[in-house]
Design a protein around this ligand. Structure first.
Ligand SMILES: C[S@@+](CC[C@H](N)C(=O)[O-])C[C@H]1O[C@@H](n2cnc3c(N)ncnc32)[C@H](O)[C@@H]1O
Length: 156
């Protein structure tokens, strides 16, 4: 019998360093494109004011389950999580009416639960169970995102 998802632990790397560098506007809108078990997301929420907003993304259904149910659920009106790839970030954000963000975090390591449980991280059907740190999708997502941000800035 497999262990329930939420009992797995993930140790977040560069937690304070990454969030310190990211959140410069407490009222801003931020994206965590690799939610995992929410280590970075929780600290980002601590740094945001009531006006701030955090949109989280993960392609692993178990990450979504961890964020939305049980003891690890994130119950915060400033937070929402979306089951998709960060490569789909722009249409996902557009569908939510978000056209500009103040910062984006991508934690491109391996999530500990995906090591502990070989069936986890199944979103990567074509390449096995490891879903993190694919250079081409990362580059594509970042390029699209930065181009869109640049265009939006230039249009203002
Ligand atoms: C290192 S973990 C993130 C850990 C997280 N920062 C934390 O503190 O709990 C990486 C996560 O990225 C997710 N991931 C990998 N490729 C992805 C993609 N293309 N789109 C969205 N999520 C992805 C994995 O499912 C995994 O949950």
């Amino acid at each position: 019998m497999s262990t329930p998802t939420n009992e797995f632990l993930h140790t977040t790397v560069l937690l304070h360093e990454a969030v310190d560098a990211l959140v410069i506007d407490p009222d801003g809108t931020y994206v965590d494109g690799t939610y995992g078990r929410g280590g970075h997301s929780r600290l980002i929420l601590e740094r945001l004011s009531e006006k701030g907003r955090l949109l989280a993304i993960d392609r692993d259904p178990q990450a979504i389950a961890a964020a939305t149910s049980g003891a690890t659920r994130v119950s915060d009106p400033r937070f929402s999580i979306h089951h998709t790839s960060f490569g789909q970030m722009l249409p996902t954000l557009a569908a939510l009416g978000v056209t500009q963000v103040d910062g984006l975090l991508l934690d491109l390591g391996v999530s500990s639960p995906q090591i502990d449980d070989p069936s986890a991280g199944s979103a990567s059907a074509s390449t096995g169970r490891w879903t993190c740190a694919w250079t081409p999708p990362v580059a594509k997502a970042l390029r699209s995102f930065l181009l869109a941000q640049t265009s939006a800035t230039l249009r203002r």
